[in-house]
Design a protein around this ligand. Structure first.
Ligand code: PLP
Length: 443
């Protein structure tokens, strides 16, 4: 055991002590600096120490730090909801504020269930989601998610859910199949799963619009989500999109679903909403879902102590205002194109880089033992952990993960730098990443 009373993520390893952060850099108590190429876990969209966000939080703390939502609303929560509804997909009518991504997903799942209770379809009790997905670590979200290794120890506690294929062209699109045909095949698989369960029993299909940490940034093929939306509509099934990681500008549009041309019934957002300045997540609900609760029981039967926390709302409002004012979505698209070019240039002939995929400032690099056969590395090597450690030694924060292919095999590295990253920093990210990968493979 290490010298600490904090129950860290790993019980045999005490991580470095972070003491300050500025822009894309974090510093530890030894004076070592780390280039934050992953925004933690795709959180720090504005980087660290943003003066305007900090000022907004200070102002809110001085005015009012906390008021329980069973008694009060606050001006800052109202303003944040106004902002999110105005900038949300057409038909968005309300925002429900929680403290993170898992809580947002739990709330979305319960809201979807309550929608059917209110509208006279209480027999709907089943969720369909995808393999190789992640929706959070609380029991409901974990049950819906398709992350095999995270689910395994807790499997007896999880409610049953159906998992269909992810949209994973690198490994699962057939030879000779067009991306459009592949997307259609996946939508057919979803429809088949709905019919098998009994359409009258299914509450919702749940998916990350762009897959995140589990399989390393899976971008949907053209037409996939449109076909999914049609299947859901045909059977009265709701569509819940989890944009906790890929949303709030990360892929170059405020909501990733904008690029798919679909409007889900519910969207969960979190990480980039508050950019790490405060813990906050939200469910953005379409009018018909809220209307059903409003004309039914008149309330959403859910709640937590820290719903709509004023300081969290102040941080999120400031983050979102900066993104809007500074035109950062366009910057994400520009810098994203630069990052893609640098990654492709650096790894074009790399024997162990199988696939580079992503959108905006959200990129996944899948590592393979053999590029020709796509054979993954032996999981016993824990290559992903080596890459993370070597990168940290280089002064670089990457977000690698194992189990890319099926929860056991495969490794990838996720990059999600702050939206304010500049070209010099992007070049340094790719240079250090390349060096860390070489040492991980050859050590
Ligand atoms: N959903 C997705 C897509 C995520 O990536 C995450 C976290 O990584 C979550 C949900 C859970 O969010 P949190 O860790 O804030 O509870």
């Amino acid at each position: 055991m290490t010298n600490t009373h904090v129950l860290h993520r790993h019980l045999h390893h005490r991580p470095p002590t972070a003491v300050s952060g500025q822009g894309v850099w974090l510093e530890d108590d030894q004076g070592r600096r780390y280039l934050d190429a992953s925004g933690g876990a795709a959180v720090s969209c504005l980087g660290h120490g943003h003066p305007e966000v900090i000022a907004a939080m200070h102002a809110q703390i001085d005015r009012l730090a906390y008021a329980h939502t069973g008694f009060f609303t606050t001006e800052v929560a109202e303003r944040l909801a106004d902002h999110l509804v105005a900038s949300g997909p057409p038909g968005t009518s309300h925002a429900y504020f929680v403290s993170g991504g898992s809580e947002a997903m739990e709330a979305a799942l319960k809201m979807a269930r309550q929608y059917f209770v209110e509208t006279g379809q209480p027999q709907r009790s089943h969720f369909i989601a995808r393999r190789q997905s992640y929706h959070g670590n609380t029991l409901g979200a974990l049950a819906i998610g398709g992350n095999a290794w995270r689910r395994e120890p807790f499997a007896p506690l999880l409610i049953p859910a159906t998992h269909v294929s992810p949209c994973y062209p690198y490994r699962e699109m057939r030879a000779g199949e067009s991306p459009q045909d592949y997307g259609r095949r996946l939508a057919d698989e979803l429809e088949h799963a709905i019919l098998e369960r009994g359409p009258e029993r299914v509450i919702a299909f749940v998916a990350e619009t762009v897959g995140g940490a589990t399989a390393g940034v899976l971008t949907p093929v053209p037409g996939y989500f449109k076909a999914v939306r049609e299947v859901c509509d045909r059977h009265g099934v709701l569509l819940i999109l989890d944009e906790v990681m890929c949303g709030m500008g990360r892929t170059g549009s405020l909501h990733a679903c904008e690029q798919e041309g679909v409007v889900p019934d519910l969207i969960a957002v979190a990480k980039g909403l508050g950019g790490g300045y405060q813990p906050i997540g939200a469910v953005l609900a379409q009018g018909h879902v809220v209307e059903a609760m409003s004309t039914g029981s008149g309330f959403f039967q859910h709640g937590h102590t820290y719903l709509g926390h004023p300081v969290a709302c102040a941080a999120a409002l400031a983050v979102q205002q900066v993104i809007e004012r500074d035109g950062l979505l366009a910057r994400v698209r520009e810098r994203g194109a630069r990052l893609e070019a640098l990654l492709r240039e650096a790894f074009v002939d790399h024997p162990h880089v199988g696939d580079i995929r992503g959108r905006g400032l959200f990129w996944g690099v899948e590592l393979v033992e053999d590029r020709a056969t796509q054979k993954p590395f032996d999981p016993a090597l824990k290559l992903h952990a080596r890459v993370k450690a070597e990168a940290l030694r280089e002064g670089l924060m990457l977000y690698p993960m194992g189990g890319t292919v099926d929860g056991r095999y495969g490794d990838h590295v996720l990059l999600a730098p702050p939206f304010i990253v500049d070209d010099t920093e992007l070049a340094l990210i790719v240079e250090r990443f390349h060096a860390a990968l070489q040492r991980s493979i050859h050590s």
